[in-house]
Design a protein around this ligand. Structure first.
Ligand SMILES: Nc1ncnc2c1ncn2[C@@H]1O[C@H](COP(=O)(O)OP(=O)(O)OP(=O)(O)O)[C@@H](O)[C@H]1O
Length: 247
Protein backbone atom coordinates (compact mmCIF):
# COMPACT_ATOMS: atom_id res chain seq x y z
CA UNK A 1 0.00 0.00 0.00
CA UNK A 2 1.16 3.57 -0.71
CA UNK A 3 0.97 6.18 1.98
CA UNK A 4 -0.80 9.26 0.63
CA UNK A 5 -1.26 11.48 3.68
CA UNK A 6 0.90 11.71 6.79
CA UNK A 7 0.45 14.07 9.71
CA UNK A 8 3.19 14.20 12.35
CA UNK A 9 2.56 16.05 15.59
CA UNK A 10 0.41 18.66 13.85
CA UNK A 11 -0.50 21.48 16.22
CA UNK A 12 -2.31 24.68 15.35
CA UNK A 13 -3.01 27.77 17.40
CA UNK A 14 -5.31 30.54 16.22
CA UNK A 15 -5.91 33.96 17.59
CA UNK A 16 -9.17 34.16 19.47
CA UNK A 17 -12.19 35.83 17.92
CA UNK A 18 -11.80 38.74 20.37
CA UNK A 19 -8.68 39.84 18.58
CA UNK A 20 -10.41 39.79 15.22
CA UNK A 21 -13.10 42.22 16.24
CA UNK A 22 -11.44 45.59 15.95
CA UNK A 23 -12.80 47.89 18.60
CA UNK A 24 -11.23 51.34 18.24
CA UNK A 25 -12.59 52.73 21.51
CA UNK A 26 -11.27 49.78 23.51
CA UNK A 27 -7.91 49.99 21.76
CA UNK A 28 -7.53 53.72 22.59
CA UNK A 29 -8.58 53.20 26.22
CA UNK A 30 -6.15 50.33 26.57
CA UNK A 31 -3.44 52.53 25.08
CA UNK A 32 -4.23 55.47 27.40
CA UNK A 33 -4.22 53.19 30.41
CA UNK A 34 -0.85 51.93 29.30
CA UNK A 35 -2.05 48.37 29.27
CA UNK A 36 -1.14 46.16 26.41
CA UNK A 37 -3.11 42.98 26.18
CA UNK A 38 -1.06 39.90 25.40
CA UNK A 39 -2.36 38.24 22.26
CA UNK A 40 -4.44 35.29 23.38
CA UNK A 41 -4.04 32.14 21.39
CA UNK A 42 -6.31 29.16 21.34
CA UNK A 43 -5.14 25.61 20.72
CA UNK A 44 -7.26 24.29 17.85
CA UNK A 45 -5.32 21.15 16.81
CA UNK A 46 -3.24 19.35 19.39
CA UNK A 47 -0.48 16.99 18.22
CA UNK A 48 -2.39 15.19 15.53
CA UNK A 49 -0.76 12.07 14.09
CA UNK A 50 -2.23 9.81 11.44
CA UNK A 51 -1.54 8.30 8.05
CA UNK A 52 -3.84 7.44 5.17
CA UNK A 53 -3.11 4.84 2.50
CA UNK A 54 -4.04 5.22 -1.17
CA UNK A 55 -7.70 4.48 -1.83
CA UNK A 56 -8.80 4.60 1.81
CA UNK A 57 -12.03 6.38 2.71
CA UNK A 58 -11.70 8.04 6.12
CA UNK A 59 -14.52 9.67 8.07
CA UNK A 60 -13.79 12.44 10.56
CA UNK A 61 -16.37 12.94 13.28
CA UNK A 62 -16.69 15.07 16.39
CA UNK A 63 -18.76 17.75 18.09
CA UNK A 64 -19.13 21.30 16.75
CA UNK A 65 -15.91 23.24 17.15
CA UNK A 66 -13.75 20.15 17.72
CA UNK A 67 -11.41 21.13 14.86
CA UNK A 68 -12.62 18.95 11.96
CA UNK A 69 -12.79 21.70 9.32
CA UNK A 70 -9.52 23.18 10.54
CA UNK A 71 -7.86 19.78 10.16
CA UNK A 72 -9.05 19.53 6.54
CA UNK A 73 -7.74 23.04 5.84
CA UNK A 74 -4.34 22.07 7.20
CA UNK A 75 -4.25 18.95 5.01
CA UNK A 76 -5.22 21.00 1.93
CA UNK A 77 -2.54 23.59 2.71
CA UNK A 78 -5.03 26.43 3.26
CA UNK A 79 -3.75 26.78 6.84
CA UNK A 80 -0.18 26.19 7.99
CA UNK A 81 0.27 24.26 11.23
CA UNK A 82 2.01 26.13 14.06
CA UNK A 83 4.22 23.08 14.43
CA UNK A 84 4.46 19.56 13.06
CA UNK A 85 4.38 18.30 9.49
CA UNK A 86 1.79 17.48 6.85
CA UNK A 87 2.72 15.46 3.79
CA UNK A 88 0.36 14.77 0.90
CA UNK A 89 1.37 12.72 -2.12
CA UNK A 90 -0.41 13.23 -5.45
CA UNK A 91 -3.04 15.71 -6.67
CA UNK A 92 -5.34 17.06 -4.06
CA UNK A 93 -8.64 18.54 -5.18
CA UNK A 94 -9.83 21.91 -3.89
CA UNK A 95 -11.45 21.61 -0.49
CA UNK A 96 -15.18 21.43 -0.91
CA UNK A 97 -16.86 23.67 1.58
CA UNK A 98 -18.62 26.94 1.44
CA UNK A 99 -16.60 29.33 -0.65
CA UNK A 100 -13.10 28.19 0.21
CA UNK A 101 -10.34 28.53 -2.29
CA UNK A 102 -11.96 30.75 -4.94
CA UNK A 103 -10.85 34.17 -6.07
CA UNK A 104 -14.04 36.16 -5.40
CA UNK A 105 -13.17 38.92 -7.88
CA UNK A 106 -12.73 36.57 -10.84
CA UNK A 107 -15.58 35.09 -12.85
CA UNK A 108 -16.85 31.55 -12.34
CA UNK A 109 -15.25 30.50 -15.64
CA UNK A 110 -11.88 32.04 -14.72
CA UNK A 111 -11.93 30.25 -11.38
CA UNK A 112 -12.67 26.94 -13.09
CA UNK A 113 -9.81 27.52 -15.55
CA UNK A 114 -7.44 28.41 -12.70
CA UNK A 115 -8.25 25.16 -10.98
CA UNK A 116 -7.92 23.36 -14.29
CA UNK A 117 -4.42 24.74 -14.77
CA UNK A 118 -3.50 23.92 -11.17
CA UNK A 119 -4.77 20.37 -11.47
CA UNK A 120 -3.18 19.89 -14.88
CA UNK A 121 -6.22 19.46 -17.16
CA UNK A 122 -4.90 18.90 -20.69
CA UNK A 123 -5.44 22.09 -22.73
CA UNK A 124 -7.70 20.37 -25.29
CA UNK A 125 -9.94 19.06 -22.50
CA UNK A 126 -10.35 22.42 -20.79
CA UNK A 127 -13.39 23.58 -22.78
CA UNK A 128 -15.29 20.32 -22.23
CA UNK A 129 -14.41 20.33 -18.56
CA UNK A 130 -15.56 23.91 -18.08
CA UNK A 131 -18.87 23.09 -19.77
CA UNK A 132 -19.45 19.94 -17.75
CA UNK A 133 -18.58 21.71 -14.47
CA UNK A 134 -20.95 24.60 -15.23
CA UNK A 135 -23.72 22.15 -16.14
CA UNK A 136 -23.24 20.01 -13.05
CA UNK A 137 -23.16 23.04 -10.75
CA UNK A 138 -26.24 24.43 -12.54
CA UNK A 139 -24.39 27.71 -13.03
CA UNK A 140 -24.43 28.19 -16.82
CA UNK A 141 -26.24 31.50 -16.43
CA UNK A 142 -23.58 32.70 -14.00
CA UNK A 143 -20.52 31.71 -16.04
CA UNK A 144 -19.25 35.28 -16.34
CA UNK A 145 -20.41 36.51 -12.95
CA UNK A 146 -17.73 37.12 -10.33
CA UNK A 147 -17.69 34.40 -7.66
CA UNK A 148 -18.45 37.04 -5.01
CA UNK A 149 -21.90 37.48 -6.63
CA UNK A 150 -22.83 33.83 -5.98
CA UNK A 151 -24.77 32.72 -2.93
CA UNK A 152 -22.97 30.42 -0.49
CA UNK A 153 -25.01 27.47 -1.81
CA UNK A 154 -24.00 28.24 -5.41
CA UNK A 155 -20.35 28.55 -4.39
CA UNK A 156 -20.51 25.21 -2.62
CA UNK A 157 -22.08 23.61 -5.75
CA UNK A 158 -19.26 25.05 -7.84
CA UNK A 159 -16.67 23.62 -5.43
CA UNK A 160 -18.28 20.20 -5.50
CA UNK A 161 -18.55 20.21 -9.30
CA UNK A 162 -14.87 21.15 -9.80
CA UNK A 163 -13.41 18.79 -7.23
CA UNK A 164 -15.38 15.78 -8.36
CA UNK A 165 -15.01 16.44 -12.08
CA UNK A 166 -11.28 15.91 -12.00
CA UNK A 167 -11.21 12.55 -10.21
CA UNK A 168 -8.24 13.63 -8.11
CA UNK A 169 -5.93 11.32 -6.15
CA UNK A 170 -7.11 12.86 -2.90
CA UNK A 171 -10.56 14.28 -2.29
CA UNK A 172 -11.43 16.20 0.87
CA UNK A 173 -15.10 16.74 1.61
CA UNK A 174 -16.54 18.95 4.35
CA UNK A 175 -20.23 18.29 5.03
CA UNK A 176 -20.95 17.78 1.34
CA UNK A 177 -24.34 16.31 2.08
CA UNK A 178 -25.54 19.71 3.16
CA UNK A 179 -24.88 21.25 -0.28
CA UNK A 180 -27.91 22.24 -2.35
CA UNK A 181 -31.52 21.05 -2.48
CA UNK A 182 -32.74 17.42 -2.52
CA UNK A 183 -32.28 16.94 -6.27
CA UNK A 184 -28.75 18.37 -6.13
CA UNK A 185 -27.96 16.17 -3.14
CA UNK A 186 -29.06 13.10 -5.12
CA UNK A 187 -26.84 14.18 -8.00
CA UNK A 188 -23.91 14.57 -5.57
CA UNK A 189 -24.61 11.16 -4.09
CA UNK A 190 -24.50 9.50 -7.54
CA UNK A 191 -21.21 11.21 -8.31
CA UNK A 192 -19.79 10.21 -4.95
CA UNK A 193 -20.86 6.59 -5.49
CA UNK A 194 -18.78 6.68 -8.68
CA UNK A 195 -15.75 8.16 -6.91
CA UNK A 196 -16.11 5.70 -4.07
CA UNK A 197 -15.71 2.92 -6.61
CA UNK A 198 -12.36 4.34 -7.76
CA UNK A 199 -8.99 4.38 -6.08
CA UNK A 200 -9.52 7.99 -4.94
CA UNK A 201 -8.39 8.59 -1.36
CA UNK A 202 -11.24 10.35 0.42
CA UNK A 203 -11.36 12.23 3.72
CA UNK A 204 -14.84 13.22 4.68
CA UNK A 205 -16.09 15.33 7.58
CA UNK A 206 -19.73 14.81 8.41
CA UNK A 207 -22.21 14.95 11.24
CA UNK A 208 -24.11 12.26 9.30
CA UNK A 209 -22.87 9.24 11.25
CA UNK A 210 -24.96 6.85 9.14
CA UNK A 211 -23.31 8.19 5.99
CA UNK A 212 -19.84 7.73 7.55
CA UNK A 213 -20.78 4.21 8.65
CA UNK A 214 -21.90 3.23 5.17
CA UNK A 215 -19.17 4.99 3.17
CA UNK A 216 -15.90 4.86 5.12
CA UNK A 217 -13.31 2.20 5.92
CA UNK A 218 -12.06 3.91 9.06
CA UNK A 219 -13.00 6.87 11.21
CA UNK A 220 -11.27 9.39 13.42
CA UNK A 221 -13.00 11.08 16.35
CA UNK A 222 -11.71 14.58 17.08
CA UNK A 223 -12.41 16.00 20.50
CA UNK A 224 -11.32 19.56 21.33
CA UNK A 225 -8.52 19.39 18.79
CA UNK A 226 -7.20 15.98 19.83
CA UNK A 227 -7.70 12.55 18.32
CA UNK A 228 -9.81 10.85 20.96
CA UNK A 229 -10.25 7.58 19.04
CA UNK A 230 -9.25 6.19 15.65
CA UNK A 231 -10.29 2.77 14.42
CA UNK A 232 -12.91 0.95 12.39
CA UNK A 233 -15.94 3.12 11.60
CA UNK A 234 -18.21 1.04 13.84
CA UNK A 235 -15.86 1.15 16.82
CA UNK A 236 -15.20 4.88 16.48
CA UNK A 237 -18.87 5.81 16.13
CA UNK A 238 -19.84 3.57 19.09
CA UNK A 239 -17.16 5.16 21.22
CA UNK A 240 -18.26 8.67 20.20
CA UNK A 241 -21.96 7.97 20.80
CA UNK A 242 -21.27 6.42 24.21
CA UNK A 243 -19.40 9.54 25.24
CA UNK A 244 -22.16 11.83 23.91
CA UNK A 245 -24.81 9.84 25.83
CA UNK A 246 -22.77 10.01 29.04
CA UNK A 247 -22.21 13.74 28.88
N1 LIG B 1 -10.89 31.98 11.55
C1 LIG B 1 -10.84 31.55 12.80
N2 LIG B 1 -10.23 32.28 13.73
C2 LIG B 1 -10.16 31.88 15.00
N3 LIG B 1 -10.68 30.74 15.45
C3 LIG B 1 -11.31 29.95 14.56
C4 LIG B 1 -11.42 30.30 13.19
N4 LIG B 1 -12.09 29.30 12.54
C5 LIG B 1 -12.39 28.37 13.48
N5 LIG B 1 -11.93 28.76 14.68
C6 LIG B 1 -12.06 28.02 15.95
O1 LIG B 1 -11.44 26.75 15.79
C7 LIG B 1 -12.14 25.74 16.49
C8 LIG B 1 -12.42 24.58 15.57
O2 LIG B 1 -13.29 25.02 14.54
P1 LIG B 1 -13.68 24.08 13.32
O3 LIG B 1 -14.55 24.88 12.41
O4 LIG B 1 -12.46 23.46 12.77
O5 LIG B 1 -14.55 22.95 14.06
P2 LIG B 1 -15.49 21.85 13.43
O6 LIG B 1 -15.24 20.60 14.21
O7 LIG B 1 -15.32 21.77 11.96
O8 LIG B 1 -16.93 22.42 13.80
P3 LIG B 1 -18.35 22.27 13.01
O9 LIG B 1 -18.75 20.84 13.15
O10 LIG B 1 -19.24 23.20 13.77
O11 LIG B 1 -18.11 22.70 11.59
C9 LIG B 1 -13.39 26.40 17.06
O12 LIG B 1 -13.17 26.66 18.42
C10 LIG B 1 -13.51 27.70 16.28
O13 LIG B 1 -14.09 28.69 17.08
Amino acid sequence: MTEVIRLDQVTLYRRTQEEFSYDLKKTILTFLEGKYRQPTKKLILDQINFTVEAGEKIGIIGANGSGKSTLLKVICGILQPSSGQVRVRGDIAPLIELGAGFDPELSVIDNIILYGVMLGFPRQEMKDRVTSILEFAELKDYAWAPVKALSSGMTARLGFAIATDVEPDVLILDEVLSVGDESFKNKCQRRMDKLWGHNTTILVVSHGLEFIKQSCDRAIWLDRGKIRFAGSTDETIDCYLTSVQQS
